[in-house]
Design a protein around this ligand. Structure first.
Ligand SMILES: [Zn+2]
Length: 393
């Protein structure tokens, strides 16, 4: 089991600080994608990768926003595996610390992206650099991938997959507390719309109140639909969930409303088609409430992930990680990540990285230095294993 030398620890700590000091906030004033959000950090990452001898290719997602794919050109292995992390961060609005100072105190690095997910980006890059210094000769072809636009719906990973990128296996860097995660749920967001007929508020019997129609749908969701979700159970993820996040309808007190909508957040088990989730929900709602009219629109989905625990790649990483963390079995998480699109494209995916997801996106985001060092050491042990055996199934 390897631990980092003082020099290696300093190397990865400085790398994280540098990455945090380069803003890559992905949010414009309308809460959508920001133009060129990752340009400066992707330039830095490219320079770093070239310095350790990797060939770098850029895959444009949008102007000034390129996904990066790198590998060592002299490698010949048949199997391919990648370390990956996204380069964008969420907004810095309402932060209580300087988001870009990368201050170190209390054994922590503070700033936006320290935890989600520049910690993983730094740990993977440093591990590759240290492995290079040791001239490790890998059995597999090792890639490094950095994506854009993760925080607004994994769009960078989606376009990378669309442009034909594929490896056999990929480690997606997210704050898992250095745990090996092999499953997460998928997401389906949808807008439920209820139609009515408006009229003057003094003569409500002449109209049809869309808010009342939506109230019936809310009762169905609370009293019937949510409890039925416990019939499905995944070994690592438990049951799917549904939450209503927003509701909006009506114009004024004296107008019977003709329209009301509610925004729904389904968290699905991996392998389920979002279409069948929505169709099943609507069918049951219409059966339960026969005198109203409903539709689902604005559908946004993210696939789940479920990599078999006996996948040799999972077994290898667990072998490397368990000596540092004691973890005996792969685990699941509730959030989604770039792993969704990669998994859907047929790559074996694992989530792995330093830090606690509870710190991600917070007003005083930080990463424990010990976590950063541990993740780097595990990634390095993993690469060491790859000099004697394949990391890939
Ligand atoms: Zn993330």
């Amino acid at each position: 089991m390897g631990t980092l030398t003082d020099d290696q620890a300093t190397q990865v700590r400085n790398l994280l600080a540098t990455l945090v000091k380069i803003p890559s906030v992905n949010e414009n004033k309308h809460h959508g994608d920001r133009a060129e959000a990752e340009r400066a950090v992707s330039d830095y990452v490219e320079t770093y990768l070239r310095r350790i001898g990797m060939t770098v290719r850029r895959f444009p997602h949008a102007p000034g926003r390129d996904n990066i794919v790198a590998h060592w050109p002299e490698q010949t292995g048949n199997s391919t595996f990648a370390f990956q992390a996204h380069m964008d961060t969420v907004s810095v609005k309402n932060m209580s610390i300087d988001p870009f100072a990368a201050e170190v105190s209390d054994g922590k690095v503070w700033g936006r992206g320290t935890c989600d997910t520049k910690g993983a980006l730094a740990a993977y890059l440093a591990a590759l650099s240290i492995a290079r210094e040791r001239s490790l000769d890998f059995v597999d072809k090792v890639y490094f991938v950095a994506t854009v636009a993760e925080e607004t719906g994994c769009k960078g990973a989606e376009s990378l997959v669309e442009s034909g990128f594929k490896v056999d296996a990929i480690a997606v860097g997210e704050p898992t507390g250095c745990k090996v995660i092999t499953a997460h749920k998928g997401t389906c967001w949808a807008r439920l719309e209820a139609e009515g007929r408006s009229c003057h508020g003094s003569l409500p019997h002449l109209g049809h109140n869309a808010i009342y129609a939506m109230a019936k749908a809310m009762s169905f969701i609370q009293d019937d639909y949510i409890s039925s979700l416990t019939e499905q159970v995944h070994r690592l993820l438990g049951s799917p969930t549904l939450s209503v996040g927003r509701i909006d309808g009506g114009v004024a007190a004296n107008i019977v409303p003709a329209y009301c909508h509610a925004d729904l957040d389904f968290r699905t088990l991996p392998g389920l088609q979002s279409q069948s989730v929505h169709d099943g929900f609507l069918k049951r709602l219409r059966q339960a409430v026969t005198d109203e009219s409903y539709t689902l629109t604005n559908i946004h989905t993210q696939p789940g992930m479920d990599t078999p625990a006996d996948d040799p790649w999972v077994v290898n990483l667990l072998h490397a990680a368990s000596r540092h963390t004691g973890q005996a079995k792969p685990e699941g998480v509730n959030y989604y990540a770039d792993s969704g699109p990669f998994h859907a494209a047929g790559m074996a995916c694992i989530l792995f990285g330093p830090g606690d997801i509870a710190q991600a996106h917070t007003a005083a985001e930080f990463l424990e230095l010990d976590e950063l060092y541990r993740a780097t050491a595990i990634a390095l042990d993993w690469l060491n294993l790859a000099t004697t055996q394949s990391l890939v199934a």
